[in-house]
Design a protein around this ligand. Structure first.
Ligand code: ISJ
Length: 367
């Protein structure tokens, strides 16, 4: 053995001892933090009423602080993800949060739910978006997670339409980079694929790639990407387009990775619940406005936002369910409804609109 390897081994031993000692400190501090969270729970319980254990605005602040004080070498996102899990475990001590999402298991919505609430949340897949709204309204779960818009394919109308009849609030948002893969099962003959299953949105997001690589293969739209993954398990001539979670969950082999046409392809999801969220310091507000059908209506609606310096991030139009040629506008903007300029803008919008509903003010997505 050379002198160099001896000193290398010695150095490794020293470093590992140091890591063991740091781990001991981290474990002690995590336990101390968890005890604090339990004490917080006791305070919340003592205040009585409908004790809200999960506090979106506070969690957003904790995550932002974790990113701000990070000095590397881990990235800010990686650091925040670690804190996300610590908080998730601490909250589960107070009361595990119950979350319904648009399933089945293995969908991007499940991934979004985990990203937002962490792995200690109890999550339940539901078959359709309406059902997610209904279960939250009925109190069977605390929160729901539904997709609302994709950067390539646009808005998910079904989610917006549900807000027309629901009294739920938006309590948060999550953005997820969406990577699609072409996957097959162990019975598939990769050179004999004649059919590709996926959700219609995913097929659309991979349209150019499919045109280039599988121009003559039948594209079959199914209820979800996870559903597509299940189908290929029994078909020797079929492949599925889905994400990492589905490949892992259903034991499929990835044939081609990241086949989405746009590399920045991402989907935004909403967290829906029964609670109004106080300001976190960096918030957004979503609004639903019904307009009388008259000339200049849209201009009148948007003008107060300009005058009060409110930064609009999205304006979406849907036909109203109450009558022909009436429209409902879904408007997102930066800021919390309790802020002075926003409250003023909202008051004025109320004058020109036939109906205004604030769907919620919520922390801007951190992770
Ligand atoms: C501890 C609290 O309760 C929950 C747990 C949090 C945490 O672990 O930091 C933060 C917010 C709440 O979701 C709190 O409200 O401060």
């Amino acid at each position: 053995m050379t002198e160099e390897t001896v000193s290398g081994d010695q150095r490794l031993l020293e470093l590992r001892n140091r890591i063991d000692s740091i781990d001991g400190d981290i474990a002690r501090l995590i336990s101390e933090r968890a005890n604090c969270a339990l004490a917080v729970a006791a305070v919340k319980k003592a205040t009585g009423g409908d004790a809200l254990y999960y506090r979106p605005e506070r969690e957003a602040q904790v995550l932002r602080r974790a990113m701000e004080r990070n000095s590397g070498p881990l990235t800010d996102e990686e650091m925040a993800r670690l804190f996300r899990e610590i908080m998730s475990a601490c909250l589960a001590l107070e009361e595990p949060v119950k979350v319904a999402y648009l399933g089945p298991e293995g969908t991007f919505t499940q991934q979004a739910a985990l990203k937002h609430f962490g792995n200690s949340a109890q999550s339940r897949p539901l078959a359709v978006i309406d059902e997610v709204f209904r279960e939250v309204e009925a109190g069977a779960v605390n929160y729901g997670v539904v997709p609302v818009e994709n950067s390539t394919e646009g808005v998910i109308n079904h989610t917006l339409d549900n807000f027309m009849t629901s009294n739920l609030y938006i309590c948060g948002e999550v953005e997820l980079r969406i990577h699609h893969h072409l996957m097959i099962s162990d019975v598939t003959r990769a050179d004999a694929i004649t059919r590709i299953y996926s959700h219609a949105q995913s097929l659309a997001q991979c349209r150019k790639w499919l045109d280039a690589h599988y121009p003559n293969v039948e594209r079959v739209a199914v209820a979800s990407n996870a559903d597509a993954a299940v189908r290929v398990k029994g078909e020797w001539n079929a492949a599925a387009i889905a994400g990492d979670m589905a490949a892992e969950l259903y034991g499929l082999k990835i044939l081609s990775e990241k086949i989405e046409d746009r590399p920045d392809n991402s989907t935004r999801f909403l967290i829906i619940g029964t609670q109004e969220v106080p300001a976190s310091g960096d918030d957004k507000t979503s609004l639903m406005v019904s307009m009388r059908n008259e000339p200049g209506a849209l201009h009148n609606l948007l003008e107060p936002f300009r005058r009060f310096g409110v930064d609009l991030t999205r304006v979406e139009t849907r036909p109203s369910q109450s009558g022909n040629w009436n429209y409902v506008f879904f408007i997102d903007f930066v800021g919390h409804r309790d802020t002075k300029n926003i409250a003023s803008a909202l008051r004025e919008v109320g004058v020109c609109a036939s109906d205004v509903k604030v769907l919620g003010s919520y922390p801007r997505g951190v992770l």
